[in-house]
Structures are given as C-alpha cells and as structure tokens.
Design a protein. Structure first.
Length: 487
C-alpha cells in the first residue's frame, strides 16, 4: 500500500459495478467473468490457470515429463517421489526429514524429495534464495526476472547430525523468526535471517568464488521451468503473474529448484524486505500498471479486502492507462518526424507521411483509428515514420533486421526487471506454439553451454562481467540484457 500511495493512487471504493473507472485490481484470485469484462486500460495481477507449477506434485510431474523428453537439461530439481494421494496444500508445514524411506508413513498425502546434503553455507548457516519472476504472457511466453532477490538463512548452524532441528535445515522466514537465535548476532550472517542477493555476491567474491556462471544457469532454470506451461495456459490480455522461485545453491555453486510460489509475500518485516520489495513493486507498476499521478492525495489510503486502484484524471480511461514513458517517446518521434518532413519540404522533396490525426495504431491485435486525446498521444507501435531512427525507442521489441525483439510490446528492460524470454527468434517461435518447444529448449541449452565454455576459457575471478557477457551474446537479440543480480 505504501508504494501505491507514493505513486499517487487511491483505493477505488465505488464497488465493481462501475467497471470503467478502476485501473489495477490486486487480489488472491479472480472469477472467470472478470477477465471477460476487462477494458483496455485495466490490469489484474493473475493469469487464469497459471498456477500449475505452484504445487510440488504438479511441478514434479511437469519437470519429470520434460526430462523424459529432453534429457539431463532438466536435472535441476532434486529426485522427487509422489506418494499416494495429492500433496498437502500447506506451505512450510508438515515438512519432515528422513534418513530411510521406510520411516515414511502413507496415511496422508506427501511428496518425498531427495535432500541436498551439501548446501552452500555462509558462516556454517544454510541458505537459499528467493527470486522474483513475472510472466506477462504465456502465449507467447514472455518472462521477466528481477535483478535483486532475498537470501534466506537458517538461524542455527547446519549439521546433518541433527535432522530434527528445523531452524538448522529449513530457511522459511515465517519459521525462523520464531527461533531462539533470530535476534542474535550470527557469524557472517549477522542479526536476523535475510540478506539481499547483492550481499551474497559480495560474500562469494570475498571468498574468491566467481558466481557469473551460477546466475546464467539460474536464468536457464527459470525459463526451462516456465516452458512446461506453454500450450497449457491460454492467452489473456491485461494480466500478469508474479512468481517467487525458491532456489537452493549447493557448495559447487549449482542451482536446484525447490518450489515455485504464486503470489509471493510482498510485506516487509526487516530492512532487507524494504530494500528489495519496494523498488520491485515500483518497477513492476512501471512495466504493467497505470502511470504515476503527479498531484498529491487529499487523504490517506486504507487497506481494503480487495485492491481496486484508480487515479484522478481528466483524460479518457484508455489514454490514462498508457505509460507516461510511451507518451514521451511518441511525442519525441512526432517532433523528429515533423522536423524531417519540414526538412524534405525545404529541399523540395515530396512527403510520404500521412496526417498524424488519421494514423492508426495497433492494440491487442486490432487496428483502431487514432482520435483526440486531450493533447496526449497513445503509443503507436505499428507505425513507420519518415525518421525510423527516432522511433527506435518506442519499444524494446523491434523487428528491425530480424535481430531485435519480437512483438513490439514488451521492452528488454524496465527498471530492474529484465526480459529473459524470449531472447531470440527461435525462442519467440517456441513460446507461441508447444509443437516447437524443442527449439526453445535447444536454444536455452545452447546458451547454457556457451556460458560454460566462456567460463572455462576465462579466469572468472579476474575476468570482468562485460567480457563474459560479450562472449555469449552471439545468439541473442541485440536489445537483450543479460540478467545478473547486482554486485
């Protein structure tokens, strides 16, 4: 709610009957009819049927199926066994560790998973990482990863000799906050049980370890996981899905996927949460939400059961929902175009550019006539101006030369959100049709092998990251940003 206040938004209190007046609706789930009634300027925070990876049994089945088809490239989840009945829906409860499978009881549903016994330790404390991943579309698959994340620690020193010590083996924050050592100053870790990923990277560098290859493997892991849903989740406009990927790193700096969480916690109980989650939300809204409101609010916001955010405006709802940066870019292009036309006329060259008031623009697959909008122009991703160089900045997904991005809508980067899929024409094609998943998996495998080759060819501890990035950019779109956490 604090982020919404900073952006000048207010809670919509008019109920759901006035369907054209709100801009963003954020809640745990939506009825199917909500998606059918969405207007072009309205956004909701869930994609229908996008929770297929958020149960451990469903995740295990999906990855086992892909491993059977594509082989060892999907060996990033510990060996998993689905016991009779469905997996319990409780989160961070009912977790037990066994040394012998004969100790298991089949009286209730469960998932048995091989325990990674050699995790990365910081000051003898076990840790895992929470990464934030946003899918703006499953058809075609479009994935963003946030560059910062949270490292979560156990609050007791790690030891395989004490399997019953949950504060040693489990890193869940909700559990470790109740531990006796949570407030104590722990070796290397300090007080509490959280770091930013940037702090972890600095720690690894201090230990003489290079982690560049680790994060490229994490990128591939996330994309391979989400590829399992291509063809299963239908396309819907005006919605997105935010996931929390929990990943364990072993002592060899190999990433292991533990689970995928839908609607990860965005609350803050320590300074690390504020450092990560507050800018995360600002950048998320910059990418998918309505624009900021310049005028201050007349009264404070209160937290409702469901969040309907509207802005005070005098523009039409459709115009108001378009991102302010797009306005600036289009206006800039119009100025450049006008100068270009004026220059051609002054030199006697006939102009082939049509009147701007009659131009059309493409939105949601339909071509609509551009009308008056109180002096503010909507983005025109489909037009061609006399000065193509000036329009280059309208979208990070340009088709120019076939080597830049795909569909003209989603930029390569917005704040600290980096588009990690698609990253070339083959992955764009695979993200549109499940029949071509093989090419998408092949491109990710090729990228991972290229990263491993670059790592072998260079002394990672002494090689700057830009040098390694250049070594693997050959198969990527020119606007693609290599994802890596801050150091």
């Amino acid at each position: 709610m604090e982020v919404c206040m900073e952006r000048g938004w207010r809670v919509w209190e008019g109920g759901e009957e006035w369907v054209e007046s709100w801009h963003m609706w954020w809640r745990h789930a939506f009825a199917p009819h909500v998606y059918r009634k969405l207007r072009p300027h309205q956004v909701v925070n869930h994609i229908p049927r996008a929770n297929g990876l958020c149960r451990k049994d469903s995740l295990a089945r999906a990855l086992q199926k892909m491993r059977h088809v594509y082989g060892a490239v999907y060996d990033f989840i510990p060996a998993t066994y689905l016991l009779p009945c469905e997996y319990t829906k409780l989160v961070a409860e009912g977790i037990s560790i066994f040394q012998d499978l004969h100790e298991l009881s089949y009286a209730s549903s469960a998932v048995a998973q091989r325990y990674i016994g050699n995790p990365l330790l910081v000051g003898e404390y076990k840790c895992d990482i929470r990464l934030y991943v946003m899918v703006t579309s499953f058809l075609p698959l479009t994935v963003y990863m946030y560059t910062e994340g949270i490292v979560r620690f156990g609050t007791e020193k790690y030891s395989l000799g004490s399997l019953d010590n949950v504060y040693s083996h489990l890193t869940n924050t909700s559990l470790n906050r109740l531990g006796p050592s949570y407030r104590k100053e722990k070796d290397r870790v300090g007080e509490g049980c959280k770091w930013t990923i940037g702090e972890l990277r600095r720690h690894l560098r201090g230990c003489g370890k290079s982690d560049w290859l680790l994060w490229q493997r994490v990128w591939v892991l996330v994309c391979l996981t989400l590829l399992t849903q291509v063809g299963l989740v239908p396309h819907h406009h005006n919605c997105f899905e935010l996931y929390g990927f929990d990943i364990l790193i072993d002592e060899g700096l190999r990433p292991w996927l533990l689970e995928v969480n839908r609607s990860p916690s965005l609350t803050h109980d320590c300074h690390v949460d504020r450092i990560v989650k507050k800018p995360l939300l600002h950048h998320l809204f910059d990418l998918v939400g309505p624009p900021r409101v310049p005028e201050p609010l007349a009264r404070p916001l209160r937290t409702p059961f469901l969040l309907l955010l509207a802005r005070r405006h005098t523009q039409s709802p459709f115009t108001a929902a378009l991102h302010l940066n797009h306005y600036r870019r289009v206006l800039h292009c119009d100025r450049e175009e006008s100068r270009s036309v004026a220059s051609r006329r002054s030199h006697g060259t006939p102009s082939t550019t049509s009147n701007s008031s009659s131009r059309s623009f493409r939105k949601g697959g339909k071509v609509e006539e551009r009308g008056k909008s109180n002096g503010v122009l909507p983005p025109n991703t489909g037009r061609r101006s006399g000065n193509s160089r000036a329009c280059k900045g309208i979208s990070g997904l340009s088709r120019r030369d076939g080597r830049d991005g795909g569909d003209g809508k989603w930029p390569a980067r917005c704040g600290e959100w980096v588009r990690v899929y698609p990253f070339n024409a083959a992955t764009l094609h695979a993200g549109r049709d499940a029949a071509y998943l093989k090419s998408g998996v092949a491109e990710l495998t090729k990228f991972r092998k290229g990263c491993e080759k670059a790592a072998r060819a260079h002394s990672l501890a002494a090689t700057p990251t830009p040098t390694l990035d250049r070594a693997v950019r050959g198969s990527l779109w020119r606007d693609t940003v290599l994802w890596c956490p801050p150091s």
